[in-house]
Design a protein around this ligand. Structure first.
Ligand code: TPP
Length: 280
């Protein structure tokens, strides 16, 4: 399908707005995972602002697709996307990580509208997503399930148990999106535990593999469309990304895995992002 220039431009602008909210809310909380939140924003935008079948005014609409943030520590990116989609007021983002807030450090489906599964313990979200997809298949329903995983998260053995389960049971309504930013908690993924050859691993586990630049919105939309056709296997999209994307001080800087910007630098980062809006 051809996507209009206006649509793509609008989504790019939304991605910048989400990044600004991530910076503000983590700085305000003086806590939260900045690097891996900024890396996956465009993927979330492509899903929530265009691809997913969902209704923010009715989060429990039975016909909705399901999304699971398996890399639950990227909650700031998720919350900002949900708020800008209309699940709850944008003002609530400033309550991130406060006691009694609906927006805890990791997503909690008992608290936050739009959160389907509580996540944060890496490796588990994909199993829950595949379970939901199997449920829809057994019920003869047409809903699709999406799971966003980190590439460091792929070190978890449970991911690969889930992957072989999905292909064995021919669960084709599941899609995994890998935020391939090559970083994790303790450094570069290639040094901690390399996942290469990553595409070949998923292929060997019986999945259909697509690759995409995680910041080319048009390509993201195209690949999401393409992957919906002739689904005979579970799908994985490996999106090449960068930790801290969009802010020069943070981009590619592993120090910011779980560290927010102090107030003054946060204001600078928000201003830098504002300038980027003007040159879209
Ligand atoms: C089971 C489990 N072990 C350890 C952690 C701590 N932890 C939080 S984020 C992270 C790194 C994950 O790397 P990746 O999935 O690549 O995330 P990204 O770099 O995209 O933020 C770790 C080890 C956790 N949340 N869950």
């Amino acid at each position: 399908m051809k996507h209009s220039v206006e649509l793509v431009r609008g989504l790019k602008e939304a991605a910048i707005a989400v990044r600004q909210e991530i910076v503000k809310m983590t700085s305000n909380a003086n806590s939260g995972h900045l690097g891996g939140s900024l890396s996956c924003v465009d993927i979330l935008i492509a899903l929530y602002f265009h691809h997913l079948k969902h209704n923010p005014r009715n989060p429990s609409w039975p016909e909705r697709d399901r999304f699971v943030l398996s890399k639950g520590h990227a909650a700031p990116a998720f919350y900002a996307t949900l708020a800008l989609s209309g699940y709850f007021p944008k003002e609530e983002l400033s309550t991130l990580r406060n006691i009694n807030s609906r927006l805890q450090g990791h997503p909690d489906n008992r608290k936050t509208p739009g959160v389907e599964v509580s996540t944060g313990s890496l490796g588990q979200g994909l199993s829950a997503a595949i379970g939901m997809a199997l449920g829809f298949k057994l019920a003869g329903k047409n809903n699709h399930v999406y799971a966003l995983v980190g590439d460091g998260e792929l070190n978890e053995g449970e991911i690969w148990e889930a992957a072989m389960f999905a292909s064995h049971h021919k669960i084709v309504n599941i899609m995994v999106l890998v935020d391939r930013n090559h970083g994790q908690n303790d450094g570069r993924e290639e040094e901690v535990m390399s996942m290469e050859p990553l595409a070949a691993k998923w292929t060997a586990f019986g999945w259909n593999v697509f690759g995409v630049d995680g910041y080319n919105i048009k390509d993201l939309l195209d690949i999401l469309d393409k992957s919906m056709q002739n689904r005979k296997k579970p799908i994985v999209i490996i999106a090449e990304t960068v930790k801290g994307k969009g802010i020069s001080l943070v981009e590619g800087n592993d120090d910011y895995h779980a560290k927010p910007l102090p107030k003054e630098l946060a204001a600078q980062a928000v201003a830098e992002l504002e300038k980027r809006k003007k040159i879209l």
